[in-house]
Ligand binder design. Sequence first.
Ligand code: FAD
Length: 392
Amino acid sequence: MKPDLFEAPDYYNLDDLLTEEHKLIRDAARAWVKRDVSPIIEDAAQKAEFPKSIIPGLAEIGAFGPYIPVKYGGAGLDQISYGLIMQEIERGDSGVRSTASVQSSLVMYPIWKYGNEAQRQKYLPKLATGEWMGSFGLTEPDFGSNPAGMVTNFKDKGDHYLLNGAKLWISNSPFCDVAVVWAKDESGRIHGLVVERGMEGFTTPETHNKWSLRASATGELLFQDVKVPKENLLPNKSGLGAPLGCLDSARFGIAWGAIGAAMDCYDTALRYAKERIQFGKPIAAFQLQQKKLAEMITEITKAQLLAFRLGQLKNEDRATSAQISMAKRNNVDMAIKIAREARQMLGGMGITGEYSIMRHMMNLESVITYEGTHDIHLLITGLDITGHNAFK
Ligand SMILES: Cc1cc2nc3c(=O)[nH]c(=O)nc-3n(C[C@H](O)[C@H](O)[C@H](O)COP(=O)(O)OP(=O)(O)OC[C@H]3O[C@@H](n4cnc5c(N)ncnc54)[C@H](O)[C@@H]3O)c2cc1C
């Protein structure tokens, strides 16, 4: 892979809106990605391996629980800092960002928000350092966009719960130490349970042959009569709103992360277009290529503004789920379109691993599908503005 020459586009001087702390955090994450992710990520993606060697680095830049309080091992930062860290990581690779998103928003967040003090003390510090890695089990083979239908369930057996069921498409599953699993009790109400590797009847087979998020490990969570101690149930929230609250937090991070992937594709295409000579001049001098680049920077700038404003609302605890849906949908769509255009601008070189664009493009096919598909987020906006539910 070519050396990482990334220069971040900031067409509307958005840096002026950031605090010194935001910029320090962002720049530290950016430098780490250049130093520790860019040189190894193409090889990891080609081999379809999650590069575990980067786990300590992710912890060091605050990617595991950026907004979790310091007393639990988190970085105690605001939501814009969280967004900026996700942006920088996804600039390197969406799969690495997925690992960080899951750990922070889908594992640490529910333990922090819905867990009791003993659970926070037991799990959060180890998750913050990456000593333990987590996964989040919501999706099932027959229930993806409609998680309310889940069949994974647990029964009260007096001194423990007995968990049965299966989760599919679970990021980090093959190597996770703990899994936050959503399952129904005997009355059909959804609860979160922390399942630990080593519990009898709990297995995590890997899903192979993905063409997308190849540097992220994806798999199943299978539960066959797993005895889960009663103290592993998250006591402070139940119902579908509990997992959906986690998804709000993760989708917010994705809205920022997708900007990183788009920035990398734009920056790569711009540099290539200035250097690549055809018909006696750089291809950047042709109107058709300028149209692509001009539209890319316009869309990136709009997405940056959307994410920044959403970050302000989130900091004030005023961001609605529907606002988060809009940003996730818009920014991922923006990124995937830019990746496709940028890939064409590199001609044949665009399909090789010499450049990051094709990897981003394939990764974004997962990002546009997980955490609510592109269509599902449109239905959420539709419901919000019309009051009519078009889901069913
Ligand atoms: C790489 C990867 C990692 C993932 N990681 C995780 C994870 O860590 N944890 C986890 O729990 N899940 C994870 N997922 C699962 C992901 O969230 C689901 O794939 C997603 O929610 C869609 O579910 P589905 O694949 O079952 O598609 P389906 O729900 O079957 O949808 C198929 C198509 O139908 C459309 N559709 C569905 N319902 C409607 C409707 N009412 N109206 C109109 N169109 C509709 C969808 O938009 C989609 O285009 C991951 C997925 C991938 C690919």
